[in-house]
Write a protein that binds this ligand. Structure first.
Ligand SMILES: [Zn+2]
Length: 405
């Protein structure tokens, strides 16, 4: 449901004083403005720009956006983020933005036809620095509590975690990469900046995720999807403040009185319609966080085209994807259109390798011999897209989803 700009304004103004439970993106964003007027004008102007977006201007079919993870592990903490945890977050993003999440089937019939698919892939970015290739998963250690919440002293507009000079990590060029900082947050699961940020603060652009979201049994692993939604200009689905007059500026999301948390059982209703608490832009946990709507996809497309078009690139800034947990003793790499399997030790067995496409059709079948160290599977088999690779030793069978860029 789409409401007037004035109503949106009321929502945002009201929201500034509201206590956020899950996501602090509005408060976080307000800090970049001198006063309330500047902020209001910015939002009004943004809605005008988004509304005027030329619908014929579309995203290309296959898009890959490089992301950079700046991970701040807390010294001596029981939980330390490792590379597979980061790839898990990347997989969650790719599932959500390609409508490939296995739990999409739990979207109720009422909303099933509204499911949208942005068809964007995210990859780990890379960059050359003095002739050396740097991979976009950066690890740091901090001794500070709640480091991801802390502002630079005397400057409540800058978060320490985003600046090397304050113990954080400087962002990579936000015109080319999306920056994601992971660190300990006190009260939030995450936050994000909106597009169109004041150039003075462009070195703050990006997403911050609470490190606890990545723990094994966390039910907040999909917070990264919610924050990416904000990064592409989506508001909260209930309109940020309680009330049926508040909206999110998207046509096909029903009005909703307030947010939901946890995972509600059964259908819920407010404001005269069924509530879409299974939308990524609500506050529900992973079990209930399942979909974007077509309207939200259109808004994100407009936003990317208007504000972040330079992110839509070829995959030249993508790093090799490494998945190490596919099969014991075999490392696995995907680079552009080529798959490589590398043995790290030599169990006395032949491994059968089969690759299926998303419809279950066998695309490739081959053997990884006992004494082969590397098996490269050539690009001739693949177009960009989602595949399943299965390794079978006769005793162990393991299947993994892969994305070929
Ligand atoms: Zn949020």
């Amino acid at each position: 449901m789409k409401y007037s700009l004035q109503i949106l304004l009321l929502i945002i103004i009201g929201h500034l004083n509201a206590q956020q439970v899950n996501c602090s993106f509005v408060n976080d964003y307000f800090r970049f403005f001198q006063n309330q007027n500047d902020y209001n004008n910015f939002l009004l102007n943004k809605e005008k720009i988004i509304s005027a977006f030329d619908e014929n201007l579309d995203l290309r079919d296959e898009i890959t956006i490089p992301v950079v993870f700046h991970v701040f592990n807390k010294k001596n903490s029981d939980f330390q983020v490792r590379i597979p945890d980061v790839y898990e977050q990347l997989d969650i993003l790719n599932d959500a933005f390609n409508a490939q999440n296995y739990d999409l089937k739990y979207v109720p019939d009422t909303f099933y036809d509204l499911i949208g698919n942005l068809r964007i892939n995210f990859c780990i970015g890379k960059k050359d620095e003095s002739g050396k290739v740097i991979k976009g998963i950066l690890f740091f250690e901090t001794e500070e509590n709640n480091f991801a919440d802390q502002y630079v002293e005397g400057d409540n507009k800058r978060l320490k975690i985003k600046h090397k000079s304050f113990g954080g990590s400087d962002l990579w060029d936000p015109q080319k990469y999306i920056n994601i900082w992971i660190g300990e947050m006190s009260n939030n699961f995450g936050t994000s900046t909106f597009p169109g940020i004041n150039p003075e603060y462009s070195n703050e652009e990006g997403i911050v995720i609470n490190i606890g979201n990545l723990k094994k049994n966390s039910t907040q692993k999909k917070t990264i999807v919610h924050e990416m939604g904000h990064y592409f200009d989506l508001y909260h689905i209930w309109g940020n403040n309680p009330g049926c007059e508040n909206d999110d500026e998207v046509e096909d999301t029903p009005l909703q009185y307030n947010y939901y948390s946890g995972c509600p059982k059964g259908d819920k209703f407010s404001c005269g319609s069924m509530d879409m608490f299974m939308n990524y832009m609500d506050y529900t946990n992973d079990h209930c966080s399942l979909m974007f709507t077509k309207g939200q996809i259109e808004r994100m497309k407009a936003s990317i085209n208007i504000y972040r078009k330079s992110l839509i690139i070829n995959n030249s800034l993508c790093d090799i994807k490494i998945v190490t947990d596919l099969f014991d003793g075999i490392d696995f790499y995907v680079k552009n259109n080529c798959i490589s399997l590398v043995r790290t030790y030599f169990p006395d067995e032949v491994i059968n390798v089969i690759i299926y496409d998303i419809r279950g059709r066998e695309i490739y079948s081959g053997k990884f011999g006992k004494w082969e160290t590397v098996k490269n599977i050539s690009s001739v088999y693949f177009n960009s897209g989602l595949y399943f690779i299965q390794l079978n030793s006769g005793k162990i069978v393991n299947t993994k989803k892969i994305i070929i860029f």
